[in-house]
Design a protein around this ligand. Structure first.
Ligand SMILES: O=C(O)COP(=O)(O)O
Length: 226
């Protein structure tokens, strides 16, 4: 338990945060990398909004979904082209959502430990956290290839809890998608959802979560009240 400003005790000690679609609008960079890959393979560009519905289960699934019109295409070659382009544009246009930086600051002021838990490959996570100014706020990050399984498996969330010295009951996941919600549930942890991210094209209200919050700042207020 930690003491918060109004002298109440709070049962949470750690917050796990999804990255793409929760802290950062990274779709412009991801779309540029997908369409750079498609151009290299002689394929026409896809609409950015459509690419947004392919985000959530990591880079390999994003690439596979982005090539549904090219079934004979080598996945390995496509991944190499995607990585090449994303390395170049990762963090160029990605921006924190309104309330994200203020929310991170508030969560830290409340004495909570913070970790990013993303399905993004690790080679892209740290550079992105640094370029967008998020790195100084977080104590740890777990990427899609850090553990044997990625979200919606609970393993990355449980690993993040261990890194932060918290039990799942002391932790809350904040995310935008079914992958975060299913992982949190399987890990035995509370889950708050933001409505503005990439939920594979589905309404966030379809998720089984403890609350839908308008921003990370609102999530901090929810935590302070619970
Ligand atoms: O890389 C993805 O597909 C999604 O990444 P996220 O887990 O940070 O939303």
């Amino acid at each position: 338990m930690i003491r918060i400003k109004n002298d109440q005790m709070m049962k949470f000690s750690a917050v796990l945060l999804d990255l793409d679609g929760t802290l950062l609008d990274s779709l412009p960079d991801l779309a540029q990398a997908v369409n750079g890959m498609r151009a290299d393979l002689g394929l026409p560009a896809l609409d950015t909004g459509r690419i947004g519905t392919y985000i959530g289960k990591g880079a390999a699934v994003l690439v596979q979904r982005s090539l549904s019109d090219a079934p004979g295409q080598s996945h390995q070659e496509a991944m190499a082209r995607f990585r090449h382009h994303y390395q170049d544009c990762n963090g160029r246009h990605a921006k924190p959502y309104p309330g994200a930086m203020e929310g991170l600051s508030r969560l830290r002021d409340m004495g909570l430990k913070l970790a990013v838990v993303t399905n993004k490959p690790a080679q892209f996570t740290q550079p992105l956290l640094e370029r967008t100014g998020i790195a100084p706020f977080v104590d740890a990050s777990v990427s899609g290839d850090t553990c044997a399984h990625a979200k919606p498996h609970p393993e990355p969330l449980l690993h993040a809890c261990r890194l932060l010295g918290a039990t799942p009951a002391q932790a809350v996941m904040i995310g935008d998608s079914v992958n975060d919600a299913q992982a949190a549930r399987a890990a035995g942890m509370r889950m708050l959802a933001v409505p503005y991210g990439y939920n594979e094209g589905h309404d966030v209200r379809s998720l089984e979560v403890d609350a839908i919050v308008a921003s990370i700042l609102d999530a901090a207020e929810w935590l302070a009240a619970h």
